[in-house]
Design a protein around this ligand. Structure first.
Ligand SMILES: NC(=O)c1ccc[n+]([C@@H]2O[C@H](COP(=O)([O-])OP(=O)(O)OC[C@H]3O[C@@H](n4cnc5c(N)ncnc54)[C@H](OP(=O)(O)O)[C@@H]3O)[C@@H](O)[C@H]2O)c1
Length: 230
């Protein structure tokens, strides 16, 4: 059966790669792009996928979001305020993600994939950086969602996002933690947006990834294989 996937924040970099990949797998997936601006419609018509303007991440209530998500099998949240101030960071990256997760739970949707950020859980990693408030939002969204076992969450935590071509490979997610502090100093915590998208596709296909954090940086293990080892 074809799985209907709602992508929230669909016009973003990771999400656009994801939608293009899912559109090519039309025997398995039917992606719907949730966008916030009519000027973005043509882009998704060109890709050949459905779109919706129904969800306003900052202003829609959980009930309104739930209504828009009726009939979906999976939801991916890849929106982010991109450092545009505290109010938006908290209402998109923190409360937006949580509201969508609550709607997923109300609708008993089978999969919820959240795009967070690497080492969100480790204050020592980001406290003394310019990204502190962004990371506070990511940390508490991750914590609140992952503590709710009624939500079929998977949280991908990419390092610094690049617009490079996909390699189809990542560093072993189980070993990212031990590498991360050293790698942060060396400036090597990168991953391409398209490899994050591919990881989301492979996660949607693999129920072993439910209730897993998946830290993502570039590496040498084929993504499917890396996820199977979790
Ligand atoms: N940049 C990095 O190095 C990095 C590293 C780790 C994790 N991340 C996280 O990875 C995720 C995906 O990143 P990306 O680079 O693909 O994101 P992106 O290209 O910046 O896209 C962000 C998406 O969020 C939407 N958005 C922004 N503000 C919004 C608002 N107020 N209301 C509704 N929607 C809003 C954008 O909509 P519009 O297109 O309409 O503006 C866009 O669809 C984000 O959660 C980001 O925080 C980023």
């Amino acid at each position: 059966m074809v799985s209907k996937v709602a992508i929230i924040g669909a016009n973003g970099g990771v999400a656009t790669h994801l939608i293009k990949r899912l559109a090519k797998l039309s025997n398995e997936f039917e992606p719907v792009a949730f966008i916030r601006n009519e000027s973005q419609i043509a882009k998704f018509q060109d890709i050949g996928v459905k779109y919706s303007l129904d969800i306003d991440i900052t202003n829609s209530t959980v009930e309104e979001i739930s209504k828009s998500l009726i009939g979906f099998d999976s939801v991916v949240f890849s929106a982010g305020a991109g450092g545009k101030g505290l109010d938006l960071t908290f209402s998109v990256d923190l409360d937006g993600a949580i509201k969508v997760s609550e709607a997923v739970k109300l609708n008993k949707i089978k999969r919820f994939i959240l795009v967070s950020a690497i080492k969100s859980q480790d204050r020592s990693f980001w406290w003394d950086t310019k990204l502190r408030s962004y990371y506070i939002a990511k940390k508490y969204a991750d914590e609140i969602i992952s503590n709710d076992k009624e939500i079929p969450w998977t949280i991908v935590q990419p390092g610094h996002l690049l617009n490079e071509e996909s390699t189809g490979k990542i560093y072993d997610p189980r070993k990212v933690d031990e590498l991360a502090i050293k790698a942060q100093k060396d400036g090597k915590l990168n991953i391409s947006r398209d490899d994050v998208a591919l990881t989301i596709v492979e996660s949607l296909k693999n129920d072993k990834t439910i209730h897993q954090f998946i830290p993502l940086i570039e590496g040498d293990i084929p993504i499917k294989e890396a996820l199977n080892q979790l």
